[in-house]
Write a protein that binds this ligand. Structure first.
Ligand code: HEC
Ligand code: HEC
Length: 297
């Protein structure tokens, strides 16, 4: 915190404490001192129920003073007084780290035991899957959905289709290091709006969504020239590059002519963030096996 804000917070805090002390002492002196004084505030209920202007009871006032002293004690012990770190040296980050270290000490041996298992067996182990499910819930649901069925641009992890591969090595690498898909824009290279539309129709024809007339058939030449390096000549894709299979009925971005035209014109750069630092190798393997267990085989 810059010096200005440090002194600003310290000044305000001190002023506020002084004001509280003054307010409580001042209100202690208000009102008649002896119960029985003829001092009514003027409210009347049910004909004869009246409100006396009596001071707050002493024990009540002492509670206020105790609260103020407690507050000052708190500011001495814990951070809160500008830049002052507090006499106990406590910090929320420190507490978090201590809790994480304690949790790691408890759970790491369990993770290690599971991670030593064979991947296939791990994916069928109910206890490992329960662990995997809770890891999934904490780290993956925001993008892939709580049912792992994904959304537009976020792959469905429960189907049999894999953009980047379903081997142990492929899934763990996806989670540890993340993935960046590179589909460059092709609108300009194809040359005209019509060519883009025809290419979109050709792509749809690969999965039987479009009947290919001669013009569309003719796009095969351009497909071989521009697209097959990644999507393969027959359009079945390449998991090394994350280039999707264009011949099946699974679509990451959508199968309408408009959506495919956008994909071709503007390109796509899907990003799966790396989770290695968050999860470590053991938990990644448990999670990878869980994800594998969700998928149709
Ligand atoms: C450099 C490799 C590369 C080339 C060349 C390439 N693509 Fe792609 N394509 C990809 C990748 C990678 C993705 C996945 C993008 C993502 O996940 O964000 C993709 C995605 C797509 C999709 C979206 C599929 C879906 O499921 O929504 C279509 C359609 C597509 N490409 C068509 C084409 C066409 C047509 C061409 C040729 C004009 C082409 N691509 C050329 C790599 C390539
Ligand atoms: C910020 C969003 C985000 C989060 C969080 C996220 N993912 Fe992903 N994930 C993606 C995107 C986007 C892709 C597709 C990348 C591409 O276009 O190629 C992807 C791809 C994948 C794939 C590849 C699927 C295939 O067909 O090959 C797997 C497996 C995967 N994610 C698992 C996970 C797991 C497990 C977690 C939790 C640790 C996770 N993801 C967290 C966005 C996310």
């Amino acid at each position: 915190m810059p010096a200005f804000w440090h002194w600003f917070v310290v000044g305000l805090t001190v002023l506020f404490i002084i004001w509280c002390v003054w307010l409580v002492s001042w209100s202690a002196k208000q009102g008649p001192k002896n119960v029985g004084d003829e001092d009514l505030v003027g409210h009347k209920w049910d004909g004869d129920l009246e409100e006396w202007n009596n001071p707050a009871p002493k024990w009540w006032l002492y509670l206020y003073f105790i609260t103020i002293i407690w507050g000052i004690g708190f500011l001495i012990a814990y951070p809160g007084f500008g830049n002052f770190k507090g006499a106990l040296g406590w910090s929320s980050a420190g507490q978090y780290e201590a809790e994480m270290a304690a949790a790691a000490a408890t759970y790491e041996p369990i993770y290690e035991e599971f991670a030593a298992m064979d991947f296939e067996a791990l994916s069928q182990d109910p206890e490992a899957n329960a662990l995997g499910r809770s890891l999934y819930a904490s780290y993956c649901t925001t993008c892939h959905g709580s049912d792992a069925r994904g959304a537009t641009g976020y792959p469905n992890l429960t189907d049999s289709d894999w953009q980047w591969g379903s081997s142990e090595q492929a899934i763990t690498s996806t989670i540890l290091n993340g993935r960046t898909a590179v589909m460059t824009p092709w609108g300009q290279i194809l040359g005209s709006d019509e060519a883009v539309t025809n290419m979109a129709k050709y792509v749809r024809s690969l999965s039987g969504l479009e009947d290919a007339d001669e013009t569309i058939q003719a796009m095969q030449q351009q497909f071989t020239m521009f697209c097959s390096a990644c999507h393969m000549p027959d359009g079945t894709g390449n998991q090394m590059l994350g280039a999707p299979n264009l011949t099946d009925d699974v679509w990451l971005y959508g199968s309408s002519i408009e959506t495919i035209r956008t994909t071709i014109n503007e390109g796509r750069n899907g990003q799966m963030p790396a989770h290695g630092n968050l999860l470590g190798e053991n938990r990644t393997k448990i999670l990878a096996a869980y994800v594998y267990s969700l998928a149709e085989k």
